[in-house]
Ligand binder design. Sequence first.
Ligand code: FE2
Length: 140
Amino acid sequence: MSFIEWLEKYNTGIPDIDKDHQGLFALINDLHDKVELGSAEASIKVTIEALADYVDYHFEREEALMKACDYADIENHKAGHRKLQSQVESFQDSYERDPVAFNMTDFMAFLTFWIESHILQSDMAYVPDVSRHVERWIGR
Ligand SMILES: [Fe+2]
């Protein structure tokens, strides 16, 4: 069983966004598995890097989508992204500085809490506006 399971409630119905979110789940699960298996620090470092990069990639795509749809609350949403990016970056820095002292339990708890609130609160708030526009683009 995965550390964090994808559930129906996480579906926004916007295919690109759901695909990105599933990618984030997969990376968090990879990281958890590596830690559980006692993988080498170098390998854990690569997964943390991949996760941080994927977060940047996803936020960039999400922001472009919100902009294209003239989403009214875009600035707040972007501010939330910046805050999260700096939190992930600081976890990443501390792992790179001292992997032995790094509190992986805190990092996993942070990621679990974040992914859930990011999807269920922040993202679900833009879904009605964005899906209306997406439907218009693809002519549904
Ligand atoms: Fe998102």
